[in-house]
Design a protein around this ligand. Structure first.
Ligand code: NAP
Length: 290
């Protein structure tokens, strides 16, 4: 790999640049970001070889273009890329939802190669100063099948992430979005909601909430401090899966509410016992640590 472009150099884009630089020492890295501030920070950290605020024809020299912006920026980016000659280039991305991204790519990137991707790695922090080279090590990277790529293209992208230390899985975008809805998107929504509810309590009670926040609530506040632009985009771009799971979640919560109202201790005990078993399975599989 000799020449790549990364569009969007926040937490994920800058971590990718660090990891690629470490594993492919000769590669030329071209950064594109609308944020002059983030470009300046990246330059001071020497994360790339060239820095631009706009997509230009220099991008045509890249073997791979990694899109690492919030999903709401994709439409304009795909539109800009659609006007370039990218016959020798694979476009890929890291976005957290996939069905809608692929629909958009089908619309704008006809006759181009696009491999949808998603590293299951991240933190609640944003920006290039918070990225780090080992972010993707021992974490899953999921690529998706779609009309704009074949097995050879997918393998090329998978191989890069494998070299960065990721575990690889390829699946269709619908399965990806429904798995992510329950394992990541709904948990974030619950965190945003519970912290929101606490913050709307009267001011004097709120200070007590903060004072006595034990690890449960504290963990929710960490998750709920994640970037609002990114999570707004994820909720809206994976809305079909999220709505259907939230409806099921609400119905399950109503059953718990009824059990509490009716002093139905047996129901509550059985429910909590069953969920404890899921935690035990995660520990057994060695997945309880980062
Ligand atoms: P981030 O730290 O906020 O960085 C995004 C960068 O993209 C910012 O510098 C932003 O500039 C820039 N940008 C926005 N619109 C742009 C455009 N049209 N052209 C070029 N640059 C643009 O975000 P992140 O956490 O790295 O997330 C990026 C993507 O990774 C998202 O799609 C997210 O779904 C996915 N992802 C995130 C995580 C995670 O835990 N963070 C994990 C897996 C996947 P401004 O700051 O000026 O907007």
């Amino acid at each position: 790999m000799n020449n790549i472009t990364i569009i969007g150099i926040g937490l994920i884009g800058s971590s990718l640049a660090r990891a690629i630089r470490h594993n492919y020492s000769k590669v030329l890295i071209n950064f594109i970001d609308v944020s002059e501030d983030n470009l300046k920070k990246s330059k001071s950290l020497s994360l790339a070889d060239s820095y631009n605020t706009k997509i230009n024809s220099d991008v045509e020299k890249s073997e791979f273009i990694f899109i690492c912006t919030p999903i709401s920026a994709y439409k304009n980016i795909f539109d800009d890329l659609s006007k370039l000659n990218l016959d020798q280039t694979i476009i890929t991305d890291v976005g957290s939802s996939k069905v809608e991204v692929i629909k958009l790519a089908n619309e704008f990137l006809k006759n181009k190669v696009f491999v949808p991707g998603h590293p299951i790695a991240g933190t609640e922090k944003s920006g290039p100063e918070n990225g780090f080279k080992d972010l993707f090590k021992n974490k899953w990277f999921i690529s998706n099948t779609c009309e704009l790529c074949d097995e050879t293209h997918i393998k090329k992208v998978n191989d890069i992430w494998k070299n960065l230390g990721s575990k690889i899985e390829t699946m269709n975008s619908k399965d990806h979005d429904s798995i992510m809805a329950i394992t990541s998107h709904i948990p974030h929504l619950i965190a945003y909601n519970i912290v929101g509810t606490a913050s709307e309590l009267e001011d004097d009670i709120k200070s007590e909430v903060i004072k006595f926040s034990a690890s449960g609530f504290r963990d929710f506040t960490r998750i709920a401090s994640s970037d609002p632009t990114m999570w707004r985009d994820i909720m809206l771009s994976n809305k079909t899966e999220i709505i259907s799971l939230l409806e099921k979640f609400n119905s399950d919560l109503s059953k718990i509410l009824d059990a509490i109202k009716n002093n139905d201790g047996k129901f509550l005990f059985e429910k909590f016992k069953k969920t404890k078993e899921i935690r035990e399975k995660i520990i057994e599989a060695g997945l309880d640590k980062n």
